[in-house]
Design a protein. Sequence first.
Length: 447
Amino acid sequence: MNTKEIMSKLQAKYPGESEYLQAVQEVLESVEEVYNQHPEFEKAKIVERMVEPDRIFTFRVTWIDDAGEVQTNTGYRVQFNSAIGPYKGGLRFHRAVTPSMLKFLGFEQTFKNALTTLPMGGAKGGSDFDPVGKSNDEIMRFCQAFMTELWQCIGPDQDIPAGDVGVGGREIGYLYGMYKKLAREYNTGVLTGKGSTWGGSILRPEATGYGALYFTQNLLHKAGKDIAGCKLAISGFGNVAWGACKKATELGAKVIAISGPDGVCHIPDGIDAEMIDYMLDMRASNRNRVEDMATRFPEKAQFTAGKKAWSVACDIALPCAFQNELSADDAAELKANGCWCCCEVSNMGCQPDAIKYFQHNGVLFAPGKAVNAGGVATSGLEMTQNASHISWSGEEVDQKLHFIMKSIHEQCVKYGTQPDGSIDYVKGANIAGFMKVATAMLEQGII
Ligand code: GLU
């Protein structure tokens, strides 16, 4: 396999799909050496098959807004790879959603899910519907309309969607309500992230953020450091950032910045329980403004318009918002201000040059597909609970999540340890995920 050759073919075939090409390039660069030690992979053209999604569904979603106007959006489900289990991955509602974005996310999901130790294939879906400024009723009508098409593509042994940006517990509820009506079955196993009274995992809302902090703890432990007392800068204020703030604070770290599309809130004494709770109101309001935190708690938080979380001096940066949200300039600013670790929580949150900057300048770095895998792992646990009609307590799920994050970290160390003893977490995560999926594809023949 030759990464350059495969990439130039893909670039010619999918011009303009920059995020998808970026995700593929990172994985291919990481696995090339190992791949070339396995002539059986080359013979079965594993890489050429792995970079193409199994299928993509595209559908029209028409709904009526509060003003009585008819609105039309486009819905998608990208079923990427089912070598190790049924398709699994979130739904993203965001105005910038395109098939290319969902292809990159579905590709990443395939490797992430392989890292979780659970049997789940990779998928992603969503719509260019923009939740910003929408009322609760509009969200409900959109979710219902979206499901009238999606329900034909999914099933508990086929494809199990969940939340992602713009899709949380409320949206999963509305989606499930319509699924149940259409399918005429109470089949909870068809979606994860459900309410805890109707088949949801009690810890799913917190799981991505909690898992990210458990991974960070493992990484710091390996580097001989401790999270207690560290200052953390976090981007975003959605579900993931909320869980990360909760766990970080509980572990004795101080979250001194959170950010949004409008700017950053600096919280010199660290975010507290009251402020963490308020993040939920901020998300539910669909205003998409972090300034609301400073307006609500003027004595604790100062808002600066147009600035990112990366402008605030910290020890550890946790991007928790959107892809490519941290550039090489941001990485340099973080380093100059004393930051020595970045654990990417958002999918592909750091631009390739930012990752290179961190790696070449002694900043510990771990990629999203390892750090944020606790979310989908807990979804996998929710699937197990639904299939066996059992419910685990929060403590039981938390214990399993601890174990899974430790195991993901171990896989990164196993495949990412370099001759000089340092750990390349990007390589480690990619090779570990790849080997699992590639082996399964090989064993299942040419399909
Ligand atoms: N959207 C989340 C992710 O990026 C969760 C997916 C799931 O739980 O299926 O992994």
